[in-house]
Design a protein around this ligand. Sequence first.
Ligand code: 5AD
Ligand code: SF4
Length: 470
Amino acid sequence: MSSSFDVRLESLASKPEAPANARLDAARAPRPNTFYLETFGCQMNAHDSEKVAGVLAGRGYLPVDRPEDAQLVFYNTCSIREKAAQKVFSRLGLFREREGNGQIIGVLGCVAQQEGEEIFERAPWVSLVCGSASYRKLPELLAQLESGNRRVMGLDTDTDETFETELTRRDNPFRAYITIIEGCSKSCAYCVVPFTRGPERSRTSAAVLEEVRRLAGAGYSEIQFLGQTVNSYRDPSPRRMSFAELLVAASGVSGIRRVRFTTSHPSDFNRDIVDAIDSVPALCEHVHLPVQSGSTRILRAMRRTYTREEYLEKVALIRAARRPISISSDIIVGFPGESDEDFAETLSLLDAAQYDSVFAFQFSPRPNTEALSLSGTVREETRAQRLQILQDKQREIQLARNQSLIGLTLEVLVDGAARKAGNWLGRTSSNRMVNFASPEPNLLGQYVSITITSAGPGNLVGIRAASVSG
Ligand code: 5AD
Ligand code: SF4
């Protein structure tokens, strides 16, 4: 295996997204050997961008903060919902007037995979279109651009390979992401991911653990395993390590204090994962287990492969653990055919599941998906109302759950300074955000004990107890 490196350059969190109507400074000319990379969408995209930035750094390109300064301008795009997909076209529009100034504009990620060559038609000033399943071709595509080719494309999804790079530009200095499984072979009726990221393929357990050891050696104490259906992981090597075994093995690597994983699919979620969390303190007490709907009828129409009852059995498994494992979820409202009764079942599932956080979305019809041709469209107004009702209800549940933690002392990994001077932000093992005051000049990257004094629906507030360690 070739040697790999990790470089930490700047914080992803500190780079605000440019407003869609921002204009570029016409007076500025691009600087040679520089790149600007903006990322939309999920954690997988954020980590893909870290790897893409690593490939670029490996070829001698330096990052810049403004698109007008960069020789290469890349957008890593998301197409999970229509709004996300539209964003990139408003960005590309900014470059219409700048054609011929030597900048190379590239579209990466899920919109690239989905729209393919059409991007060149809509925005002829684009030079590179590379889908998320084709990143392993990126060095070759870059070489073609460097030798003067002005239209290059990578759009394969019929691959059984994963995107491995020698250099990864890690944006978060405290948490390192590791993709363990790429793509998705489920076929949820609303979802573009199987089309944009191709079929599911896992990395070998040896390659994953080697990366964990390397990251621990580079000073990271928290790692997060990523995959669209992370717990569908199947070790392709003869070792045949199960997902739960891989979690335990990663937690045992010297220097690693926290291991997270996201996103779990309910159908592949089993007791062995809960047992692993119960027996290994370094495994974080949080599971992201999207339900999507509380109605079995709608789950069937969504092709989610489980019923409401089967889902709640998985929740019961988690709630029966010795550790207080938090559960978060994704929910779609207004899927075609969703009646008031179906929606009422989603609301009652919130009561039953007692989630610690929920990401809720209005259904958005997407190209290639089965749901596109389903009848029973739910009116936009109804979708918006349902979303509001669901969010209001969940806020109350979260407030009550968070308030039940007042008085407890929790370990927090400090990962940011709060806006108010002398205040810090950190995360608990259960993935709750904690805000606390401390006069120390720099607590970043440290694990500290915080006693919770008050709580809101989205965060906890506390005071410093004794230090767990430095
Ligand atoms: N419309 C709305 N939400 C969607 N998601 C996926 N596809 C769609 C769609 N077409 C949501 C699901 C998924 C999350 C990442 O995005 O809830 O879990
Ligand atoms: Fe999309 Fe379903 Fe795969 Fe998740 S499991 S990525 S929702 S197809």
